[in-house]
Write a protein that binds this ligand. Structure first.
Ligand code: DGL
Length: 283
């Protein structure tokens, strides 16, 4: 029996295959499961190489191609790059490398929602170092919103480990958040009225963030992507059995234990695997 058969059962090809640097993308998957309960899903969490947020673009692109190569063996109808760090730096590479596969990332749907929500045209973005450094949000917001879109990006590297520890509110998380959000709290970006949560780990922080910045509209791109036109038409819709399978490159027990909080339900059917090595360089 092939591994593909083993993981996805008799139905074989899942409607959606998602990947992330680890468990964070489960906060994206939860919206897909809510919206497409009848479909089959495959999720890869690259726990062995987490975190991606502080690594170079070249490394992220190689990881992205390797992760995608593994998932495409299962012939998903849509490949979802559920990691913002990958989406912001490598989406074009994946689209070029895998023609004929629908590849969607996290940046565009959230950017569209932010432009629909903002009255001032000034949008804040919270993300990893890699996501903010990439300039993907200013580029996409500029393309979609024209010259009037102004972007204020802040990298928040402590948020991801904090959320994995379950520290989503209380004295210490609030102090960390106030430090990162100081430009908004202190009025250094007074026109920003909308903030995109540009990282898989940030949605659980929403209640606290809303309390700290009560006048701001926050955008959860996972929700926006699941509901977006980017996924439509969904060919062969409704052919699945509602199966959800998980692959991890390490840390199966931690993925199940901590991941259930990001997924909003228990995480089952998790197998450890390794990703194929691929040749990748920019030159
Ligand atoms: N999944 C990553 C992202 O959305 C956050 C965690 C990491 O640094 O790998 O950017």
């Amino acid at each position: 029996m092939t591994e593909e058969r083993d993981v996805c059962g008799k139905t074989g090809a899942p409607a959606f295959a998602l990947f992330d640097s680890g468990m964070g993308g489960l906060s994206v998957l939860r919206h897909f499961l809510d919206l497409f309960p009848e479909e089959d899903f495959l999720y890869l969490g690259d726990m062995a190489r987490f975190p991606y947020g502080s690594k170079s673009r070249e490394t992220i692109c190689r990881f992205a191609v390797e992760d995608a190569s593994l998932l495409l063996r299962f012939r998903p109808r849509t490949l979802v790059v559920a990691c913002f760090t990958v989406s912001s730096q490598s989406l074009d590479i994946l689209v070029d490398r895998f023609p004929g596969t629908r590849v969607v990332g996290m940046v565009e749907a959230g950017a569209r929602a932010a432009l629909a929500a903002t009255r001032s045209g000034h949008v804040g973005v919270l993300g990893t170092e890699g996501t903010i450094r990439s300039g993907a949000y200013p580029t996409v917001l500029g393309r979609l919103g024209g010259r009037e879109a102004r972007v204020f990006g802040i990298s928040c590297p402590l948020f991801a480990p904090m959320v994995e520890e379950g520290w989503i509110d209380g004295e210490i998380p609030e102090r960390v958040a106030r430090e990162y959000l100081a430009p908004f709290i202190e009025g250094r970006a007074p026109e920003v009225d909308t903030i995109i949560l540009g990282c898989t780990h940030y949605p659980p922080l929403l209640p606290m963030l809303r309390r700290i910045l009560p006048g701001i509209t926050f955008v959860d791109p996972g929700y926006e992507l699941a509901h977006s036109e980017l996924l439509r038409p969904e060919p062969g819709r409704g052919q699945g059995k509602g199966q959800v399978s998980f692959l991890v490159t390490d840390g199966r027990e931690r993925f199940m234990r901590v991941g259930q909080h990001l997924l909003g339900r228990s995480v089952e059917h998790v197998r450890e695997t390794s990703v194929p090595s691929v040749d990748f360089s920019f030159v």
